[in-house]
Design a protein around this ligand. Structure first.
Ligand SMILES: [Zn+2]
Length: 133
């Protein structure tokens, strides 16, 4: 019997749902919070392929670089408790910084494959040398 969960997705009402075999919510498709936390931890490791996209929506995160297929997402209505939130916030700043450099590498390697010269690719926050006067 699958573990049941009340999902606050969509209209915000509590929907009876369950965790599917792949540990995603049967109502909204969100990752289980334990799965997301494992990916969030991995995303802080520069050697891990996993990176987190903050998205423009506060209630949603995308997880990239996993061996799952399709869009891997987490919705904040599945946050279990304050201890989870505190742990996520501790990891998040580190995750964002490491994830941004991973994202930049993905973009640049995709552009290189598409034949765009390195000189024309985004370089992120490059601080120029000061001019000589
Ligand atoms: Zn859900």
């Amino acid at each position: 019997m699958a573990e049941k969960v009340i999902c606050g997705g969509g209209d915000g009402a509590g929907h009876e749902a369950h965790w599917r075999d792949d540990r995603t919510c049967s109502f909204c498709g969100s990752l289980h919070p334990d799965e997301f936390m494992t990916y969030l931890e991995a995303s802080t490791d520069p050697e891990s392929p996993v990176w987190i996209d903050q998205t423009t929506k506060q209630y949603k995160r995308y997880v990239n670089g996993t061996d799952r297929s399709g869009i891997v997402k987490f919705y904040t209505w599945h946050m279990p408790d304050q201890a989870w939130v505190d742990r996520a916030n501790d990891l998040h700043r580190h995750s964002v910084i490491v994830s941004q450099s991973k994202m930049a590498r993905h973009v640049n390697s995709a552009l290189t494959e598409a034949g765009v010269p390195v000189a024309d690719q985004p370089a992120g926050d490059v601080v120029s040398f000061p001019g000589k006067s």
